[in-house]
Write a protein that binds this ligand. Sequence first.
Ligand code: PFF
Length: 450
Amino acid sequence: MGVSRGGFSSRLGFIMAAAGSAVGLGNIWGFPTQTASNGGAAFVLVYLVLAFCLAYPAFMAELLIGRYGQANAVTSMQKIARNTREKRFGFVVGFGGIICAALILSFYGIIAGWMISYAVEPLALLAGFNESANWLTNHSLTRNILFTTCFMALTIFIIRRGVEQGIEKWSKRLMPMLIGLLILLIIYVFTLDGSRAGFEAYLNPDISRVLEPDLLISALGQAFFSLSLGTSVMIIYGSYIAKKENLVTLGAQVTLIDVSIAFLAGLLIIPAMYVAQAQGVAIFAEDGSLISGSNLVFTVLPALFSGMGYVGLFVAFGFFVLMSIAALTSSISMLEGPVSFAVERHDIPREKATTMIGLGILLLSTIIVVNLDWMLDFVAILSTQYGQPIIAMLCCIFAGWVWQRSGILAEIKQGNAEVEHSVFWKIWPWYTKFVCPTAIALVFWHSLAS
Ligand code: PFF
């Protein structure tokens, strides 16, 4: 791998970084709330199947394009293209992904800022600063701008340091902390009254719901968001992997970690909701549907923590630190896409490019914060419900129709000499060519119609 552009120094470094990108607010907040509002275990089951059967093949396409190109998303795609038309197509897909990542970061950073302010609140209470604690949990403009800026500053700080010293080093530090905190919190919630009902709701599938179209759409959308597809992120992370590594296994390992952490997060959040209910906190809205979305994390769970008294302060701190870490390992991957493009295509030094792009995205976040009532949802829907599926689909089309089979095989064979005779190679090319684009298009079309 080119020394000047850097790369992951080890297999573990890549796994932690890619799993860090994949595991984020989508796993710890999105997945459990989607599960809770979509029939519990039935959703989990469908999610598992779709993550491995549809998201994993699309994920492999992005990783392979990046590893082949050993460059930012646009250059990697254009290296595969053979004529001007294909090069233009490559540009649209690669650059589209970069824009999509920047848009996601602009709203993700705001929510991550809330997580940090909720993590500081118990510390303020412990120190006796009750008024400040109140301010920290009130959604004021100043608080939002201040904490979004803090979060973006952390993201910029890590990305300025590059792939090995920034992304890899911090992912290796933060991911074990995240997993440790998650397990500790699950064990604690397990000891509380009411958690058993939550475990049952989470683990007993209502098989009759498995084929409901809305459930399928939500599960596929969740799987794509979770694996950070359609954002150029996995192309750029793929480009930092050494040629000697076995991509098929690495991709499967990252998918497995992502899915497992989402599953673990469900084991924490859903029982915690039932514990809250046992303590008299409303977890169902007036129409009988489950309270989810922002109310779950910022209302139901804080009510649960405050019912625990003194211990609750530590649990709340642990929970919101967990959320903040998850968000940070994802946000760094979103910033890396545009930064690598600016560094490699426009010869801007990494530190300068990171600061400039980071500040540009922060400016957009500030505009969103000022118009929070409509703009947050607008940018989130635009980037995750439109941008991601469209770009992910185009990426599969690119890998399936533009990239020649022999070229793909030669790339995968590096690090996996036997792949030609494996089940993966028998299925994946067809999948990427026909099944993935069709399935994504169907889901996209259906979600537009509904
Ligand atoms: N995968 C992240 C999550 O589940 O929260 C979200 C994400 C990260 C989306 C990186 C897009 C991206 F480029």
